[in-house]
Write a protein that binds this ligand. Sequence first.
Ligand code: FE
Length: 175
Amino acid sequence: MRSALILFVLLTGSALCVSAQQIKSNKGHENNPYYSNTDTHHLNVTNAQWKKILPPALYATAREQVTEAPFTGKYWNADAKGTYYCAVCGNLLFRSTAKFASDCGWPSFFEARKGSVVYHDDHSAGMDRTEVICARCDSHLGHIFDDGPPPTGKRFCMNSVSLEFKPDGAFKTAN
Ligand code: FE
């Protein structure tokens, strides 16, 4: 009887813990049913739906490819340890260990998490560039260039507004 009671307490406690983490991981995204830091299934959401959910500045960049002005975003000179997720859908995109100081005015990374982004030829604005979009939600993140540092030589030039940073240990310190 006593062991059954202990088992019940343990199971209930772990269930509450999982529940609390899920709520915290969706903090600030309560109106976005597609947001997840763990689900990697591709989303098919129309722009009309996204427009109802996303803040206007995020919608403009993520869904209409509007580039934020350099040196204005919140992450271009950030160097804290943690993880960068897609601000639209929560897909895990970059680790801070792949971020490097760049004087371009946008957050820059030398590599993305494998499979987290896809690439499109972009001939807009009179330039030939390669656009980087989120593999889960197809949102515009920025562009990739060949002038990055080792080991890849790539520069993922991202819009801050398309990213959401979560510092290492965020879940633990929130408890
Ligand atoms: Fe996304």
